[in-house]
Write a protein that binds this ligand. Structure first.
Ligand code: PMT
Length: 400
């Protein structure tokens, strides 16, 4: 199935490169529909992009004729990816502010597809604190930014602000067969598990699913076929990720083991309950005793089971610790025989469970990288980069 890309073109001189971008996206098997801002039409005509994409170019939000076909909400739903190239300083400011004052910004608000921007502007505009603040806000929301490059600018000056070349954008998007994880099956666990005491009560933990969901999304954006086995979470299922919803650790184990044979990569971000009640009462437990003693039994360690498989997938675990982070994580890395572990401090003032931000210490045999405190979406991108790097190095060493 070809990837559906909504290409937004805003009004800068680099808009002329959109023509080549559309052509080359098509060559890589993408289906492209183009939306232009009013200013973009001063630099390149809709007809050019229509001829190259094979579809009518959309320009206006309030266009009854166009809306009678695929309306803007349908268009937002249609896209697997929204790419804005070039993204001007003005467009970035409007996106950062959450405005919906034209078709492109409205689509960016309405879509659940990943948003990727290729900025292009004068270097002073790029370095202006206002633009840098907008950039940080967009990044924090998980928007991916490609470039800009440094070099000669159309205004005759030199500096950062040139839009990446179409080929560089394509490489960064890792589309189709060129994708780093194209055709790879990835299984991610996420969220908490619930261990039922009776029909109304359970034992659980504070995991919201944020870290696991962000990782599933960023691995899917690298072209992988991602299945996410998740305990209960209020979060929306990320784009291009297949959800298998479970409740208990035993259900999670069954769901993982049923799918692991076909997997290339396994990432265990779930906070699996280590213990479960030995028995689940069939009726609600009455409060007529002064004390209630629970008899807990150990749950299977899903991650350790996967890591012990003969010829199993590249396996990445997490370690949630309240102290001695590195020491405990090193012990888990070795004891479970993992390829990589991402350790985080939990139960403190920042990061860990529930919160939107986190910090990770990533360890693998012979390596170590600290990923500083930041939004989980940004952290997931950095961790995915590392996972891909180590996974591909591991696969190459097995081939040789
Ligand atoms: O969901 P959030 O609110 O965003 O919070 C994110 C997080 C803190 C839950 C996440 O970053 C994290 O650390 N997940 C792992 C939590 C955990 O269970 O850590 P652990 O150190 O107890 O377990 C070590 C590893 O073994 C984990 O990869 C865990 O998924 C796995 N495990 C543990 C027990 C078990 N029975 N089976 C397992 O697979």
């Amino acid at each position: 199935m070809s990837i559906k890309i909504l290409l937004g073109v805003s009004g800068g001189i680099a808009a002329y490169k959109a023509a080549e971008l559309v052509r080359r996206l098509g060559e890589r098997g993408a289906e492209v529909r183009v939306v232009m801002t009013a200013a973009a039409r001063s630099f390149i005509t809709p007809l050019t992009l229509q001829a190259l994409s094979g579809h009518e170019v959309r320009c206006d939000l309030l266009d009854p004729g166009a809306e009678a076909g695929m309306d803007h909400i349908e268009l937002a739903r249609w896209a697997d990816l929204v790419l804005v190239a070039p993204a001007t300083a003005d467009l970035m400011a409007r996106l950062a502010a959450g405005l919906a004052d034209d078709l492109l910004t409205t689509l960016a608000l309405a879509t659940t597809a990943p948003l990727v921007l290729a900025p292009a502007m004068n270097h002073r505009m790029w370095l202006n604190p206002a633009t840098q603040e907008n950039l940080a806000r967009l990044r924090d929301r998980g928007v991916r930014i490609l470039g800009p490059a440094e070099g000669d600018q159309a205004c005759g000056e030199w500096g950062p602000g040139r839009m990446l070349e179409p080929g560089e954008i394509l490489d960064a998007l890792v589309l189709g067969a060129d994708s780093q994880l194209a055709g790879r099956q990835v299984l991610v666990t996420a969220g908490p598990t619930r261990e039922a005491l009776d029909p109304v009560r359970y034992l659980s933990n504070r995991s919201s699913g944020r870290m696991g969901y962000a990782l599933a999304e960023s691995l899917a954006a690298r072209g992988a076929e991602v299945t996410m086995v998740s305990g209960p979470s209020a979060l929306a299922v990320p784009h291009r990720v297949e959800l298998v919803a479970v409740e208990s650790a035993l259900e999670m184990e069954a769901a993982v083991m049923a799918r692991i044979g076909a997997c290339d990569l396994f990432v265990a971000a779930a906070a699996v309950s280590d213990y479960r009640p030995q028995a689940t009462a069939e009726e609600k437990i009455k409060k007529n005793q002064a004390e209630l003693h629970l008899h807990l039994v150990k749950n299977p360690d899903i991650l350790a089971r996967v890591a012990a498989l003969n010829g199993g997938p590249f396996t990445v675990g997490f370690a949630a610790e309240t102290r001695d982070l590195e020491e405990q994580a090193r012990t888990k890395l070795a004891a479970k025989g993992l390829d990589m572990i991402a350790a985080n401090l939990v139960g403190g003032e920042t990061g860990g469970f529930e919160r939107p931000e986190n910090a990770l210490l990533v360890l693998w045999p012979g390596g170590r990288r600290s990923l500083p405190l930041g939004p989980k979406a940004r952290l997931a991108e950095a961790l995915s980069d590392l996972i891909v790097e180590r996974y591909l190095a591991d696969a190459a060493s097995q081939d040789s």
